[in-house]
Structure formats: C-alpha cells, structure tokens
Design a protein around this ligand. Structure first.
Ligand code: PAF
Length: 300
C-alpha cells in the first residue's frame, strides 16, 4: 500500500507534533471526523475538505462513549487498513486513529463510565428528542469525542454529513455555546442510485431488506411534496408515512417527525421557516435514519 504522503498518527504526542508543524507553516486545516469503515459518503466530505483547506486530516475512532449497552460497539465494522488505503488515494494528509485508552485515559468500564471520565453534555432539549429518546447518553458521547477531537486537532474547518441531522444540529450549538473556534460545514447526504442514504450500517441489510430500504427516502420525498402544498398537514402526513413504511416491510418506525430546521423544536406548520422531516426506522436488525429539508415560504 502506498501511503507515503499520508501520515498515520496513532498517538496524541505524534498528532501534536504534526499539528505544530502545520501551524508553523500557516496551513489551513480541515478535519473529517469518522468512525471508519469509510464509504462514498465519507469520501464526499473528504473531497469537500480538500477543496477548502491546505491540509486534510481524517479521524477514525469507534467511540465507545456514544454506544449504548445493547448497541453494536463490539461488532461495529473496523477496517483501518482499507480505510487508510482509500484516503491515501484521495490525497488525505493524515489519519488520526488513536486507541480508546489514549483518548479516555480515566474511563474504567462502560457501566462505570459516567463516574470515571469527564463529559460534554449538550442541551437536553436537543438530546431528549428523536434519536436521543431511545439512545440515552449517545449525544453526550458524540459531543465529548467531537470536543476532544477539536481540542487535539485544532482544525479551522470540520465537515459532517447532513444524514446525521440531529448530530450536526447539536455540534453546531456546542461550537456556539463553548466558543470553539471551528467552522462547521454540513455536506449533503450521499445516496445510492435508488436514494438510500449511504451508511456503514447498510451492510447489515439482507438482499431482500436492501430492496425495501429506499422506501425510506421515497416516503420523505412524498411527504415533502404534500407539505409544500399543505404546510399545516404535519400530523396527517406523518401518520400516513408511518403506515406506508410498515406496509412496505419495515419492522417498526422509531419516529417520523417534522421539526424546525435550525433548533429542532416541534412545528405545527412548515409555512414560515420551513422544516426538516426526520425518520428512524428498523428493517430486520438494521436501524436506518434519514431526513429531508422542506423549504419555507418566508421571503428573505
Ligand atoms: O458521525 C459519526 O461518525 C460519529 O458520530 C462522529 C461524529 C465521528 C463522532 O464519533
């Protein structure tokens, strides 16, 4: 594997040395935080990062803090060598892939996590809704690791995918609330040709489930059409969409909701500020999420 121009950084000391070097040379640095098992969605973020910064660093870290007790942390796909090879071909300058012990030196065990390590706690009004309802502690785990990565890498820009809409909403507020000097850039969701949002978890889908999965995005598109005609029809549209998904073969719909596009508060109409339709649904053993923005009619 030719990774001669890419630095694979495994320790915090090595990262600091590299970052100081970049700082001395006056480079603009962009960070793409990931949990690895990279796909075209991540590569879209990397390409956008390369277009705006002198140096691009990708972090690859399966963050234990953001997985619940019954979630797939142990089985989450880890493909570091393959990821590094792909990033080298894309011209990425560095990959930061630390061990969990290096990032969380005081964390003891999952069950003792809160007692043992410091955490960054985002506002409850953003973490108690949508994905946060079932994934207790998930966004605290995300906010904690993202804050640590920002502190360590000190990027000028950090790029995230719109697919994780609630996550990027929380990260934007985190940056504002904690005065973190990072420019957050949100890139459009990368999709397969049939519309399915790209995700590392899509590989868990069986062949039959993979055929059903694009119905999620199709349902969002139909909802958007209806809401643009009838902006106050939120209740009826979400009920109908849930029924459609269940009839298509989804096993359950965790939530399907229309929220304010900036602060995720509940809405009665998408007429003014517009809205974002967010969904999480389970297909077999796989939980899929997606979202779609509905533009409002407010004149600038
Ligand atoms: O979106 C992800 O892959 C993760 O939540 C992130 C932002 C890399 C934090 O672990």
């Amino acid at each position: 594997m030719d990774i001669s121009t890419l630095s694979l950084v495994r320790t915090i000391d090595a990262l600091r040395t590299l970052r100081n070097d970049w700082q001395n040379q006056g480079y603009r640095v962009a960070l793409v935080p990931t949990m690895g098992n990279l796909h075209e969605g991540h590569f879209t973020l990397v390409k956008a990062a390369k277009a705006l910064a002198d140096k691009v660093i990708v972090s690859i870290f399966v963050n234990p803090l953001q997985f619940g007790q019954n979630e797939d942390f142990d089985h989450y796909p880890r493909t570091l060598e393959q990821d590094v090879r792909a990033l080298a071909i894309l011209g990425v300058d560095a990959v930061f892939a630390p061990e969990a012990e290096a990032l969380y030196p005081n964390r003891v065990t999952k069950s003792d996590e809160e007692a043992s390590t410091s955490a960054v706690v985002p506002p409850v009004k953003l973490t108690s809704i949508l994905c946060g309802k079932k994934r207790n502690g998930h966004f605290t785990g995300v906010a904690t690791v993202v804050t640590k990565l920002f502190n360590l890498v000190q990027p000028h820009d950090a790029l995230f995918g719109q697919k994780d809409y609630q996550q990027v909403t929380i990260i934007k507020q985190l940056v504002e609330d904690l005065n973190l000097p990072v420019n957050i850039i949100v890139c459009a969701t990368a999709r397969a040709e049939d519309g399915l949002a790209l995700s590392s978890r899509n590989q868990y889908l069986t062949q039959k489930e993979r055929i059903i999965a694009p119905r999620l995005y199709q349902t969002l598109l139909s909802m958007k059409d209806i809401l643009q005609e009838n902006p106050m029809n939120i209740d009826a549209v979400t009920k109908q969409a849930k029924a459609t998904l269940l009839a298509s073969g989804f096993d359950s719909v965790e939530y399907i909701d229309v929220r304010h596009p900036i602060n995720l508060s509940s809405l009665t109409s998408v007429d003014e500020a517009g809205g974002v339709i967010l969904v999480a649904a389970v297909l077999g053993k796989t939980r899929l999420i997606d979202n779609l923005v509905v533009e409002g009619k407010r004149l600038a």
